[in-house]
Design a protein around this ligand. Sequence first.
Ligand code: NAD
Ligand code: UDP
Length: 357
Amino acid sequence: MDGNIEEAKSKSILVTGGAGYIGSHTTLQLLLGGYRVAVIDNLDNSCEEAIQRVAQLAGKYGGNLTFHQADLRDKEALEKVFSVEKFDAVIHFAGLKAVGESVAKPLLYYNNNIVGTLNLLEVMIAHDCKKLVFSSSATVYGQPKEVPCTEDFPLCAVNPYGRTKLFIEEICCDAQRADPEWKIMLLRYFNPVGAHPSGIIGEDPRGIPNNLMPFVQQVAVGRRPELTVFGTDYKTKDGTGVRDYIHVMDLSDGHIAALSKLFETNDIGCEVYNLGSGRGTSVLEMVAAFEKASGKKIPLKFVDRRPGDSETVYASTEKAEKELNWKAQYGIEKMCRDQWNWSEKNPWGYRSPETTD
Ligand code: NAD
Ligand code: UDP
C-alpha cells in the first residue's frame, strides 16, 4: 500500500461530478490512496457540503483536494481549471441520470451529458491529458435477452439517458481510434447502493427518488409513507424485478483499480468493464435486508410493472476480476447496514427539512 501511495503522490486526478453520490465516495478513496484530486461540479444534483465532508474524512490527505464549481458545458471555465493544474487522468462522473426526466427533457440530457463530454475531451486534448475513466451504465444492455451480461453483449438504448451513455461510449472509442495516445476505460455500473461506513457521506437525491434504495431509505426515516413495488408478475423467484446491487465503496475501489491499470498498461485503447457484484437480488429481498438492518418496517404498495423495466439484470464480473484484479467484497446486508447508518444520521441528506425539495 505504501508503495502505491508513493506512486500515487505524483499523480493528479480531475474528477468531474465529484460532489455527487459515486463521485464523492471515489474522491475519498483517491485521496486516501495518495492521489491529489481536483473536483469540478456545477452542484446541479449535489452540494458543496459533500466536498467538505470528503476532505474531513480524508484526514491528513484532505489538503490534497480542491473544488471548482463549474459546468462542463462552460468551456472557458474548463480551460481555466486545466490551465492552473496539470492532470494525469480524468474520472468523468458528471452527468444527469434520471431516466424519467430524460424522457420528458431529452434535449436537456443530450446537451448536458454529450456537450459536457465533448468539451471535456477537447480541453483534455488541448492540455495533452489523454487518460479517461468514464461512468457508463448497465442501461446500455437495454433489456438483455440473457444473464449474466458480458461486455460483448449487443448494446441498445431504451431511453434518452441510456442513449447519452451509448453515444458517449462510441464517441470515446472513435476519439481513441483517431488518436491512439488516448487510454480510455468505460465502466458500466450496475446498481450502486450503500454509503461510506462512517455515515458521513451518502446518496442525497433531489426530489422524489427514482431508484429503489434511496426511496426505501426515505420511507424508513418517515419522509415517504410507503414504497411502491413495480411489478409482481416477473418470472423471478418472488415475482419482483432482479438487479445487481453493488456497494458504492466497492464501486469506488473499482475506479482506483481501473485508474491503476490506465497508468500501468501501455496498450489499453478504449476498454470496457462491468462493475457489479455478479449476483441478482429481487426488490423484496432488498427490502427484507433493509428491514433487518434498520429494524424499520417498510410499508409496501404493489402496482403494475414500470414501463421499460427489465425483468432480470446482473453482471458477468469475470473480465474486471481478471484484468483489473478487482472484485466486489460486500453483500446486500452490508449495503443495507451502511445505507441505514447514513440515512439515520442524515435523514435529510446534506440538507434540512427547510432546504430539501
Ligand atoms: P449524481 O447526480 O449524484 O452525481 C453527478 C454529479 O454531476 C452531480 O454532483 C451533478 O451536480 C454533477 N453534474 C451534472 N451535470 C454536470 C455538468 N454539466 N457540469 C458539472 N457537473 C455536473 O450521480 P451519481 O449516482 O453519482 O452518478 C455518477 C455517474 O454515474 C453519472 O454519470 C451516472 O449517469 C452514472 N451512473 C450512475 C448510476 C447510479 O445508479 N447511481 C448507475 C450507472 C451509471
Ligand atoms: N423499483 C421499485 N420501486 C421503486 C423503484 C424501483 O419497485 O420505487 C424496482 C424496479 O422496478 C427495479 C428495481 O427496483 O426492479 C431497481 O430499480 P432502480 O430504478 O433502482 O434501478 P434500474 O431499474 O435502473 O436498474
